[in-house]
Ligand binder design. Sequence first.
Ligand code: SF4
Length: 327
Amino acid sequence: MLKPSAVLDNSTMKESIMSLMENLMQTDPYSPCTLCPRRCGADRSHGITGFCGMTDEVIVNTSMIHRGEEPVLGGKGGCGAVFFEGCSLKCIFCQNHKITKRTGKGTSYDDEGLAELFLELASKGAGAIDLVTATHYAPTVSKAIRLAKDKGLGIPVIYNCSGYESVSTLKLFDGLVDIYLPDLKYYSSKVSSKYANAPDYFPVSCLALDEMFRQTGKIKTDASGTVMMKGMIVRHMMLPGNLFDSKHILDYLVSRFGDDIFISLMSQYTPMPHILENESAPDELKRPLSEENYGRLADYLAELGQTNAFVQEMSSSGSLMIPDFKS
Ligand code: SF4
């Protein structure tokens, strides 16, 4: 048998190595998919879906100018929100439940189409692009942000997510996302297992928040001081019957980041029809949030000394805060 050196001259050998390197560099980020901490390995490029319920086809359910976010986001123009279908966390009580799976009513986009969508929202007056639950499409969405910025997108890009993210996937957004808007939902592993089948939620999300903060740094605003241009806002939506879990979350956020970030306390929990109709759903999630307990949690945040905070009014609970999704 001929030895390789006998059939491959130096330049052919070089070419082969280059092509091997290229193949290695071009590995498909969607197959096998390990984009989120579930790491299910689904062959999404060939139509297989993982826990997030989506193939590599990027589906946007709704895009709109949205004025329901924290007041520092988007300024007078509001946020150009892009709601993606699918979700890699899938909390059982989800307020966006209708679009955590493929609805058949959304629109398919490639990276160039998404970049055009961002630019279109900006041209309609949006003061920021608000990407809602894009984790499972990170490779395409990060390319789209780069394309849009190359074409002149000059408003901040917000990455609005569940907090349950892989650091390696977040690195795709380094230098592209201006504002991270993650949730920090659960402290106890028992709670995150029960509500989201994610026993590792808290430690995984803590690492993700550290990476997000590393990328954006401390809060920066525009010259008026009222519109956020860079930084991180961590949301925590209080759940009925979970005051102690919520207190642990606030303890962690204040001790880890303090006023270098905004903490956004949310009262908008609404028992959705799919929870009310589900006999095996935990009883506490079928109740609305107690106003008294929410007040106690808001007081607790103030006692911790956090100044950079938003505290949603109790009147925000109810389905009025939920966009009218196509389903
Ligand atoms: S993004 Fe979806 S397919 Fe990929 S690892 Fe997460 S849940 Fe699985």
